[in-house]
Design a protein around this ligand. Structure first.
Ligand SMILES: NC(=O)c1ccc[n+]([C@@H]2O[C@H](COP(=O)([O-])OP(=O)(O)OC[C@H]3O[C@@H](n4cnc5c(N)ncnc54)[C@H](O)[C@@H]3O)[C@@H](O)[C@H]2O)c1
Ligand SMILES: N[C@H](C(=O)O)[C@H](O)COP(=O)(O)O
Length: 364
């Protein structure tokens, strides 16, 4: 996407309208606002049948609050497609509670049910608050795990993808580990885990992005990737041997790494801003494998906070979400940026179309 064009109007190869379920997320967060702003954008509604999963009553209240603040570029809940799932509790913007957490969980479940029943091709989830799920007795690390459990899959991944408005280059970053305390990362990171995350990533690049001979850069864990064992031994003990095995087993994949974490993101940043020089080293990777949540998300959100989306890979259906959360600190003020949610809708549409093309090609 070149700068200046909308994130939604960049041409997609062939777009057949996708049918996407949009659960509202936590009603006290910015989910209702970014959904109403997205549904007011003709470039978004042109992408597919967008069905909100939530309470019409809650949405009307959010709409009225935003109108009272002078907002006009928001969809009227009476004019949109919605699967009305009434919930109990009163919700004030920015004041999430167990009731708002419970509501967001109920709406996610309804969106999954509609998708598993074949009514929708995929789900674009508005943000929830993990702590309020816990307050509501819903003990899951996040929406990803609920989706995977409902889909009956045990191997899934959190891939962040965003297309640069400066150069059109797409940053793709998979997290090997996600919502666990930092102190647990070295214990959870095993050769077995990394091998299947890598397998998911290669499959996703082929199936969802038509990249059959990908270049994947893998981050080290320790400073300077362990400096030969002097600054940590995970790279020497198992990560380097694992990558060497993977290179033998996957000749069609160029595996780079373990790259020192502090320098890994220089090339993607240059690719993002279109300042990569010419020459062999100037080709940024098709995907980056970060070993833990913030190792990957600090650069993703630094570069692409307003336009990246979170893709759950490994599911039998498409699921994306914006890269941001409930933003309770600004909820109800009408200043939430819907671009990441629009990017999530856009990327979900691209993935639905790509998977249809892949399925059609296999059926021939
Ligand atoms: N996709 C998701 O469901 C998701 C993602 C991240 C965090 N969360 C959850 O959201 C809650 C709050 O998390 P957080 O505060 O760490 O992150 P956050 O993304 O909600 O907010 C971080 C900062 O960015 C701002 N911000 C976020 N989205 C914005 C937008 N669209 N427009 C303008 N400003 C925006 C917020 O105002 C805040 O200052 C937590 O409970 C967390 O678990 C959910
Ligand atoms: N890790 C994501 C982020 O920080 O943006 C987000 O929390 C995803 O969580 P879900 O599994 O609830 O989508």
């Amino acid at each position: 996407m070149t700068s200046g064009t909308s994130i939604l109007t960049e041409p997609i190869a062939t777009v057949t309208r996708s049918r996407l379920a949009l659960p509202l997320g936590d009603p006290a967060g910015i989910g209702p606002e970014v959904v109403l702003k997205t549904l007011a954008d003709p470039a978004a509604t042109a992408l597919g049948e967008l069905t909100v999963i939530g309470s019409r009553k809650v949405l009307i209240a959010a709409y009225q609050q935003l109108r009272d603040r002078g907002l006009t570029a928001i969809a009227d809940p009476n004019d949109i497609d919605i699967i009305d799932v009434p919930v109990t509790g009163e919700f004030a913007p920015g004041e999430g509670n167990a009731a708002s957490g419970a509501a967001s969980f109920t709406w996610l479940q309804a969106a999954i049910a509609a998708t598993l029943a074949g009514r929708c091709d995929g789900v674009v989830t508005a943000p929830i608050a993990k702590s309020l799920w816990a307050a509501a007795g819903r003990v899951y690390p996040g929406q990803t795990e609920v989706l995977a459990e409902a889909a009956g899959v045990e191997k899934f991944g959190m891939l962040f993808a965003g297309r640069s408005p400066h150069s059109g280059w797409m940053l793709r970053t998979l997290l090997a580990t996600t919502h666990i305390p930092l102190r647990r990362v070295p214990d959870v990171l095993t050769p077995e885990l990394l091998a299947w995350k890598l397998d998911l990533l290669v499959t996703c690049l082929h199936q969802d992005f038509a990249i059959d001979r990908p270049t994947i850069a893998v981050s080290g864990l320790n400073p300077h990737s362990g400096e030969g064992g002097q600054l940590g031994t995970e790279e020497r003990d198992w990560l380097i041997p694992l990558l060497e095995r993977e290179r033998r087993d996957r000749p069609h994949v160029q595996l780079i790494g373990p790259v020192p974490p502090d320098t890994l993101w220089m090339q993607p940043a240059q690719a993002w801003y279109g300042t990569l020089g010419s020459g062999a080293r100037s080709r940024a990777a098709d995907a980056y494998l970060a070993l833990y949540h913030d190792q990957g998300l600090i650069p993703v959100k630094l570069l692409a906070f307003d336009c990246a989306a979170n893709i759950t890979i490994g599911l039998p259906f498409v699921r994306t979400s914006p890269d941001h959360g409930t933003a309770f600190d600004i909820a109800g003020r009408g200043i939430a940026d819907p671009t990441s949610f629009k990017a999530a809708v856009r990327i979900a549409t691209e993935l639905v179309n790509q998977r249809r093309q892949t399925a059609d090609a296999l059926a021939l």
